[in-house]
Design a protein around this ligand. Sequence first.
Ligand code: NZQ
Ligand code: ZN
Length: 388
Amino acid sequence: MLGNFTYCNPTKLYFGQNALDGLNEELPEYGKNVLLVYGGGSIKKNGIYDKVVAILKSNDKEIFEDAGVMPNPTVDKLNEGIARARAAKADLILAVGGGSVCDYAKAVSVSVHCHDDPWEKYFIRFEEPSCEIIPVGCVLTMVGTGSEMNGGSVITNHAQKQKIGHVFGEKVFPKFSILNPEYTFTLPKYQMVSGIYDIMSHILEQYFSGTDDNTSDYIMEGLLRSLIHSANIAVENPTNYEARSNIMWTATWALNTLVAKGKTTDWMVHMLGQAVAAHTDATHGMTLAAVSLPYYRYILPYGTAKFARYAVNVWGVDPHGKTEKQAADEGLARMETWMQKIGLVMNITELGANEAMLDGIVKSTHIMDGGYKILDATDIRAILQASL
Ligand code: NZQ
Ligand code: ZN
């Protein structure tokens, strides 16, 4: 562990089949006006909406609704939400949904009492909030992003062809999150496996950085093995509670800041995936799946030892009689087979991208410097070309 860091995670979690009871414990802590934020209606179909509203009413809350948060929430929707939260004089923003709803709630929470343009302030200039922040609570219905226990908020600006995430500090983390694995049973398979790959990518993008001996890497190898094991079960039997609960818990630990400690972290798969999404509006985890192997094969020569360790410790490759490069290649080949087996999208063409869009996608890609190779525009184009 060579890093210098501080660690604090202020989000309180309620986990399991009775997790929603935690809402009764939390609500008395906040004022009367609750802005109930949700997406396109899945929570009305599966009954979660009715359960949440009943608890809000029994706690004597005034409910103001903000529905229709889309996957990859937009800056236009954010501006609408800010106006709604102001009109409601919201004391608490309760997000009921997936990462998009939770991210959006955080973006609203830091913007209501701020009179700057939120897109410019938080997503272009990356400033921290200097105004009062409305507390956010989450009831999670889709697993993958880790938004339930972090300060991340990703907003899309279609006019500017940008999808940008701001990782806010502790004050913006949800105050509490409710994690009932059963709430994820109604997810379509496409969303479930997309979320599974989002989790995997979060772990890998922290793992593939640094060369020191680091406890975080050992934790991540364990998380990856659990994820692969449970994903195999969940794909066959989506209502297997044990598997879905493990996936939910792994998602939270993959991106609640713990395993990043002491790591420089890479995040280029997310930068590439977000750029693809800025041009296609494709599902988050699928954008990551589609660019991952071309990216990892491209940077493998700069971090071969770590890729070989990954192959052995996560994919069970036998290193005997093999060079590091051979072991590393075999690990990525096993990963590729597994990704295909669980039903991930393996190229950006299937997500709506084409060759004519590549220059634009390159321009939308933000370059990070924590991984094994700092990319330039030529590298990015080559990776995207290989992802078509
Ligand atoms: O809108 P509804 O009708 O609710 O449908 C949603 C949506 O269409 C549906 N869904 C959610 N729960 C369901 C369900 N359908 C049936 N049953 C349920 N229980 O699933 C669809 C996708 O939901 P969404 O919230 O968009 O998915 P996800 O959780 O993957 O969130 C994606 C967003 O999070 C950002 C992504 O960039 C993207 O904008 N991320 C946030 C991060 C963070 N906060 O740290 C990090 C991630 O890397 C990611 O970038
Ligand atoms: Zn992600």
